[in-house]
Design a protein around this ligand. Structure first.
Ligand SMILES: C[S@@+](CC[C@H](N)C(=O)[O-])C[C@H]1O[C@@H](n2cnc3c(N)ncnc32)[C@H](O)[C@@H]1O
Length: 256
């Protein structure tokens, strides 16, 4: 498979960095997942892995009284999140920094809650979950979302898209098995509704792509890349019954 060109990444980030979030999710779903963590301390220590521009970081800041460390390897996203934190007067308890979740260089057993929306798959769940296990205090929670298959025999277009973006994507049962194999207890899981794909992700993405077609009207390469990026929401519109996103709420057992 040919890796995307530097121009692809330039246009990709021009679209993605402007969005409210970089993957499916919503405040309603985050609140629901948080309610499934029964005895969090009043002001939990929270780590948000692969935070992007921080939509869920800001939700967590509203929904808890905790201290939050948000990390992402993409520096422009961290700059935007730091600006949002300053604007909202949250810098005393929320910190965003550039970092690699594969090598977080943080003290072991130092978090009550690790949160990650649509990001752990970049490491592969079987690699990411042991890292999270080591960073959580015993009894701490791991809450994450992951894309999963929902229906057999997807159309060739859907299969090809996930071959490219997430070739090891499994079914909910596979994720549950990995959660248990990595020493966690699964408390609950639930699917993200369609609104969580559209409201803050695909609807603004399609609007941004439309807006960029004007300035790039004489640039065939850029227009081709915008067409390519537009395929993802369109594929979801037509074939969303074949795949979905699932929230998983797991806990590191007290005695493990
Ligand atoms: C699909 S986006 C999700 C962003 C955000 N959580 C959201 O839901 O809007 C995945 C994020 O993971 C980040 N990421 C990928 N690999 C990473 C790594 N090894 N360390 C830190 N961040 C990483 C990307 O830069 C990107 O911001």
């Amino acid at each position: 498979m040919t890796p995307p060109s530097p121009r692809f990444w330039e246009i990709f980030f021009e679209v993605y960095e402007s969005l409210p979030r970089q993957g499916p999710g919503s405040r309603v779903c985050a609140a629901e997942a948080l309610r499934s963590c029964p005895d969090l301390p009043e002001a939990p220590a929270i780590l948000d892995l692969g935070c992007g521009v921080g939509a869920q970081t800001l939700h967590l800041a509203e929904l808890t009284a905790g201290s939050i460390l948000a990390i992402d390897r993409h520096a422009p996203s961290i700059r935007r999140l730091n600006a949002s934190l300053a604007e909202r007067g949250l810098v005393h308890r929320v910190r965003a920094q550039v970092g690699d979740m594969a090598h977080p260089e943080l003290p072991p057993e130092s978090f009550d809650l690790i949160w990650s929306e649509g990001a752990l798959y970049n490491l592969g769940l079987a690699n990411a979950l042991p890292i999270c296990h080591g960073l959580l205090r015993p009894g701490g929670y791991l809450v994450f979302t992951d894309a999963v298959w929902r229906k057999q025999n997807p159309p060739a277009e859907v299969r090809a898209s996930f071959e490219q973006d997430y070739p090891t994507m499994g079914w909910t049962a596979d994720v549950k098995e990995t959660i248990h194999a990595c020493g966690f207890e699964l408390l609950r899981h639930f699917p993200l509704p369609d609104a969580a794909w559209w409201d803050d992700f695909y609807t603004p993405m399609e609007a941004r792509i439309t807006d960029l077609r004007g300035p790039y009207a004489r640039d065939a390469e850029a227009l081709g890349i915008l067409d390519q990026l537009a395929q993802e929401p369109e594929m979801h519109r037509r074939f969303s019954d074949y795949y979905g996103y699932e929230f998983f709420i797991a806990r590191r057992p007290l005695s493990y």
